[in-house]
Design a protein around this ligand. Structure first.
Ligand SMILES: CC(C)(COP(=O)(O)OP(=O)(O)OC[C@H]1O[C@@H](n2cnc3c(N)ncnc32)[C@H](O)[C@@H]1OP(=O)(O)O)[C@@H](O)C(=O)NCCC(=O)NCCS
Length: 351
């Protein structure tokens, strides 16, 4: 087995390197990457390594290099992601070899630490993370809300597309947060980032919305049988009532990723409700099915943000909103390099 940097020709010889994940109770999707290094293109500096065995590409991993803040210092960190090994090549040390190579690449680039995000229920990856001494630092929940038309906005929600302008708006709120990357490099063109913002008096609420469609597509593999008859009824009454989409087996689900809200002033939470309503309505127009928002489990505003993010009372009643729990794992290479879970920034590119 050979572990080496990715080359575009590897696309022709790749094995099954899709990811199969459960995103909502009973709903399974297959995440199909447009290229082996497609997600890596979201980052200014990134390495992708592949494992080659008998002429086939049987494994892949990427490592992004980020200039971040950690323990109050400007530091370089490596983010390891996109590890997949073809089913027939598993349990032969391929992932271990890929991980070791990617970790070394981050060290060679001057990283003082690496981190990774894994789904909390992914038992197959946990032995690997302990083998490489990645320690759990925080739990992260990705809130999943099905898109549903909302009553029309009362507030004027402004939209900003320029990465520099988005960074200018967001940076002052997070620049002291751990793992925060300053500036417009956080908003690459591939992610199609936009900022939606509402203001009233001295209060404001703003969030970024982005797309991962340049990196991967989510194909619905399985939907619980009980939802299928419901869908026909649903589709008939949808023009009359606000109802969330029910995924259809064999079709892709289109998603948008919402960044951590920036809230300021006494009316910020009310404004956030209006920004989310606006995002739901825009998503309906664009044919988007689900909104996804990572949030720290320890965030004291979690329940309030969750309520604002939800598609509405009916969706809550039908349990159409859900969460995907994951773990943030961290490994320092130098003494004293730590992450403070209370001041942790979640970069939507990392999900
Ligand atoms: C997780 C995954 C990458 C592991 O790849 P792999 O090449 O089989 O891993 P390795 O052979 O290097 O094994 C690493 C360690 O994990 C253990 N391990 C691997 N798969 C396991 C499983 N299904 N259950 C329990 N332990 C497992 C191995 O025994 C090994 O420990 P050891 O060296 O102490 O014996 C692979 O199963 C996979 O691609 N899964 C689907 C994608 C995924 O979940 N990626 C992780 C996203 S964060």
């Amino acid at each position: 087995m050979d572990i080496r940097p990715y080359e575009p020709q590897d696309e022709e010889r790749k094995s099954d390197l899709d990811l199969h994940v459960t995103v909502r109770p009973g709903v399974r999707i297959c995440r199909r990457y447009t290229h082996l290094d497609a997600h890596a293109r979201m980052y200014g500096r990134c390495h992708t390594f592949v494992a080659e065995h008998e002429g086939r590409i049987v494994g892949v991993i990427s490592a992004a290099i980020k200039d971040v803040r950690l323990a109050g210092q400007s530091t370089r960190a490596g983010y390891l992601f996109g590890l997949r090994v073809a089913p027939q090549a598993r349990r032969h040390g391929v992932a271990s070899a890929l991980h070791a190579r990617a970790e070394q690449a981050t060290k060679d680039d001057g990283a003082a630490a690496t981190y990774a995000i894994v789904m909390a229920d992914n038992a197959s990856v946990m032995p690997l993370t302990s083998k490489f001494a990645l320690a759990q630092t925080d739990r992260v929940e990705t809130l999943v809300a099905p898109v549903a038309r909302q009553r029309s906005d009362r507030t004027n929600v402004r939209t900003e597309h320029l990465p520099e302008a988005i960074a200018q708006r967001i940076d002052p709120f997070f620049e002291k947060h751990d793992l925060f990357v300053r500036g417009s490099e956080r908003y690459p063109a591939a992610g199609q980032f936009v900022l939606h913002c509402a203001e009233r008096g001295s209060s404001s609420a703003a969030v970024t919305v982005s797309s991962h469609s340049a990196a991967f597509q989510d194909l619905v593999e399985f939907v619980p049988a009980c939802l299928r008859p419901l869908r026909c009824f649903w589709d008939t009454i949808r023009p009359l009532v606000t109802l969330p989409h029910i995924p259809v087996r064999g079709r892709t689900v289109s998603t948008r990723w919402i960044g951590e809200p920036v809230l300021d002033g006494p009316e910020a939470m009310g404004l956030l409700h209006e920004v989310f309503r606006h995002i739901h309505n825009k998503a309906v127009e664009e044919g988007v099915h689900w909104l996804m928002m990572p949030i720290r489990s320890s965030d004291p505003r979690r329940q309030l943000i969750r309520d604002a993010f939800s598609a509405g009372r009916l969706a809550r009643l039908l349990r159409a909103d859900s969460t995907v729990p994951s773990l943030l794992l961290f490994k320092p290479f130098v003494r004293g390099c730590t992450v403070n879970p209370e001041r942790l920034y979640l970069d939507t590119r990392d999900f």
